[in-house]
Ligand binder design. Structure first.
Ligand code: ADP
Ligand code: ADP
Ligand code: ZN
Length: 212
């Protein structure tokens, strides 16, 4: 099974990817998490991406496509994967098609911009594994500590309101057209993401024909 999760920043892609990993036993690949690892390690790619990420712009397609290609060639992707945060432009979708990926389904988590802005101030992310939590809606077992790996939780710099607004505008301009691309292929599933986390999970599982 090869799945894509598409949605605005904060729509719940990472949160729902974790539920799908448990169910399907395939890895989730978050281009945002891979980029943040490069930033933390200070690699050449990280240094090239930093300015774009800090301002909420997209990192140029060429850099992202090469990075994704390298990740998909790893053996754990052989049985399928979930893409979280890729493709974000039609060019990225075309590049994925050119890699012969053969995507089965594209899940679009649909949300409301003002709700996202309220939601984002409470997001906390694990520095070690990238897992996503919320101060009110998805609390870790122990404050400030990742329930999955024990790593420290932090607030992303780009989750401040001003940058979230910039990222939402980038989403509408550059990523929304990717939905039309997959709608034409007949594999787009639109899911209403404005409900509690388990309700959204059920909607996604139902749409994919998975039992919980
Ligand atoms: P969110 O989960 O809030 O949508 P991500 O962690 O996916 O955010 O992405 C954070 C930042 O990393 C983006 O604002 C962008 O700068 C960069 N980024 C991540 N994925 C891509 C991509 N596929 N193409 C271009 N830039 C990307
Ligand atoms: P994305 O990967 O799309 O950027 P996340 O999965 O990181 O989004 O979710 C963004 C924030 O909102 C996190 O703090 C997460 O715990 C929280 N969240 C996710 N889904 C919901 C939901 N349905 N209702 C309320 N909060 C949610
Ligand atoms: Zn963790």
């Amino acid at each position: 099974m090869k799945l894509i999760l598409i949605g605005a920043p904060g729509a719940g892609k990472g949160t729902q990817a974790e539920k799908l990993i448990e169910k399907l036993g395939i890895p989730s690949i978050s281009t945002g998490n891979i980029l943040r690892e490069h930033l933390a390690k200070g690699t050449e790619l990280g240094e090239k991406a930093r300015g774009y990420m800090e301002s909420g712009a997209l990192v140029p397609d060429d850099l992202i496509v090469d990075m994704l290609k390298a990740r998909l060639s790893k053996p754990d992707c052989e049985k399928g994967y979930i893409l979280d945060g890729y493709p974000r432009t039609v060019r990225q979708a075309e590049a994925l098609c050119g890699m012969g990926a053969g995507i089965d389904r594209v899940v679009s988590i649909e949300t409301d911009d003002e709700a996202i802005i309220r939601r984002m101030s409470g997001r906390r992310v694990c520095r070690d594994c990238g897992a996503s939590y919320h101060l009110l809606y998805n609390k870790p077992e122990k404050d400030g500590v990742c329930s999955k790996c024990g790593g420290p939780l932090y607030q992303r710099d780009d989750d401040k309101e001003e940058t979230v607004r910039a990222r939402l505008s980038v989403f509408h301009q550059q990523t929304e057209p990717v939905k039309a691309y997959y709608e034409k292929e007949g594999i787009l599933l639109r899911i209403d993401g404005m409900a509690e986390i388990p309700v959204v999970t059920k909607r996604i599982f139902d749409a994919l024909g998975l039992s919980e």
